[in-house]
Design a protein around this ligand. Structure first.
Ligand code: UDX
Ligand code: ADP
Length: 461
């Protein structure tokens, strides 16, 4: 074992994984810490080439400008993983951790194969004592496994820290530049304080929370589960409102003005999507079961059950309102990303809604301002039997031409200003608008003479 760990200052950071988390996070670190050289590596050469081009691979408001400021100065994107590991005194692991599709825990547990491969590569290539930071969201006690890999495969000392990311897509730069808190979990106080020093360049010290490594790993899963739970709670009440003439906006306003509850994450909609919520809750459920906590597992699982129900419920409702069958009918799907201001479609509710509609025989025409037609096709490729029913349009009005219904699945700002009085003239007679995000100008839609359904509102007779 090589001793003399000199952790006082981090000067060279390497991040493995140039995705939605690694890319934006490292760009902001480089921008805020000009004295640190930051290298982001990925085995996906196409992705790295895109990061080095004028068309960065992620749509994220504000990211372009940050990358342009730092790239080539102290921010570098590369495929030379080995060299970047060798030169680093701190390595962030920011690789994907999807839900396992086979083997023990399939459908629930996080698949750690990318993290394990990443740790093995670090152990193989490192040329000095190094701080290793878990940035990806990982099951509680993963740090133990990672440490084992290092101890078995390397002569150097590695301090494993957990520094989970709380950025939300669409607001990533704002969240990174002005976070509610930064969380750093670790055993070795010198390593922890070296990483605290990095964030302290732009984040107030009192916002940097240090914990033990297990609390940090768990807090990330718990934070996502709590947020998702709020969405499922308000969505359950949306269905209740639709049945009772209570109004979801009024209910949410009352709930949100209670300072104990707070106003955020109370927007009823089509259900949550994104790469984190479902995956992290499934992981939490799996871990609880592993520890014999059956009731705790069932409690959290219900958040997912409610989310699945909301997506299916709204898709079925569209079919019902269109006379009980959509066979041969044309439906414009407005928005495909899992929320606005991102081109990410992972776990997007639109995938599930399109599935139901295509399987019911509808012709589906998708428009999303930032998701390409190819991406939509790829996300629905498993429905190959229905591929002739799936089309794309290059604007919302174009998607609505000849449509029996338009269904809004992503709350893009531009949908607020659709000129329905002109769009209606191109739609079928008696056409419907389904506002599954409650984000449109409803008075305008009604004046245009369209039938309207809004999530959380009792339809007027
Ligand atoms: C989430 C967490 O917010 C973030 O802290 C974590 O690091 C990663 O997971 P993200 O998935 O990017 O971020 O988006 P988020 O803004 O949390 O939205 C998740 C989903 O919930 C979206 O589909 C969104 O449309 C939905 N949502 C959110 C609602 O339906 N209603 C709300 O009130 C809030
Ligand atoms: P996230 O949303 O967590 O950032 P992404 O899938 O967008 O997830 O990004 C993860 C990135 O990590 C991908 O670009 C993938 O190619 C990369 N990756 C996964 N494993 C490795 C590895 N062992 N070495 C280098 N890059 C990796």
């Amino acid at each position: 074992m090589v001793k003399n760990f000199n952790l006082m200052k981090i000067k060279n950071i390497t991040c493995i994984g140039a995705g939605y988390v690694g890319g934006p996070t490292m760009s902001v670190i480089a921008d805020r810490c000009p004295h640190i050289r930051v290298t982001v590596v990925d085995m996906n050469a196409e992705r790295i080439a895109a990061w080095n081009s004028d068309h960065i691979p992620i749509f994220e408001p504000g990211l372009d400008a940050v990358v342009k400021r730092a790239r080539g100065k102290n921010l570098f994107f590369s495929t030379d993983i080995e060299a970047a590991i060798k030169s680093a005194d701190c390595i962030f692991m920011s690789v994907n951790t999807p839900t396992k599709t086979e083997g023990e825990g399939a459908g629930r547990a996080a698949d750690l194969k990318y993290i394990i491969a990443c740790a093995e590569q670090i152990a193989r290539s490192a040329s000095k004592n190094t701080i290793v930071v878990e940035k990806s969201t990982l099951p509680v006690r993963t740090a133990e496994k990672i440490k084992e890999i290092f101890t078995k495969n390397s002569q150097y000392t590695f301090h494993v820290l957990s520094n989970p990311e709380f950025l939300a897509e669409g607001t990533a730069i704002k969240d990174l530049e002005n976070p509610d808190r930064v969380l750093i979990g670790g055993e070795n106080t010198e390593a922890v304080s070296a990483l605290v020093d990095v964030y302290a360049q732009w984040v107030a010290k009192e916002k940097i929370i240090t914990t033990n490594v297990w609390s940090a790993e768990m807090a990330k899963l718990a934070a996502n589960a709590m947020l998702a739970q709020r969405v499922s709670s308000i969505n359950s009440l949306s269905a209740f409102c639709e049945a009772t003439e209570a109004d979801i906006d009024e209910v949410a306003k009352v709930l949100g003005s209670d300072s104990r509850i707070g106003s955020k994450f109370l927007k009823a909609g089509i259900g949550f999507g994104g790469s984190c919520f479902q995956k992290d809750i499934l992981n939490l459920v799996y871990l609880c079961e592993h520890y014999g906590l059956t009731e705790v597992a069932a409690y959290w699982e219900q958040v997912i059950v409610m989310n699945e129900w909301q997506k299916k419920r709204i898709a079925q409702l569209v079919i019902k309102k269109l006379g009980g069958s959509v066979k041969g009918k044309k439906i414009a799907v407005l928005g495909f990303a899992f929320k606005k201001d991102t081109n990410d479609t992972r776990e997007a509710p639109a995938i599930s809604v399109c599935e139901t509609l295509l399987q019911a025989g509808a012709e589906v025409v998708v428009f999303d301002p930032k998701v390409s037609a190819q991406k939509v096709q790829a996300d629905l490729a498993h429905l190959s039997a229905h591929h002739t029913q799936l089309k794309s349009a290059s604007s919302a009005p174009e998607a609505c031409v000849g449509a029996d219904a338009a269904i809004v699945l992503t709350e893009w700002d531009q949908f607020k200003s659709i000129d329905w009085s002109s769009v209606v003239t191109q739609m079928s007679p008696q056409a419907w608008v389904f506002d599954a995000r409650n984000c449109l100008n409803h008075a305008h839609i009604k004046t245009a003479g369209l039938n309207l359904w809004v999530v959380g509102k009792t339809p007027t007779k």
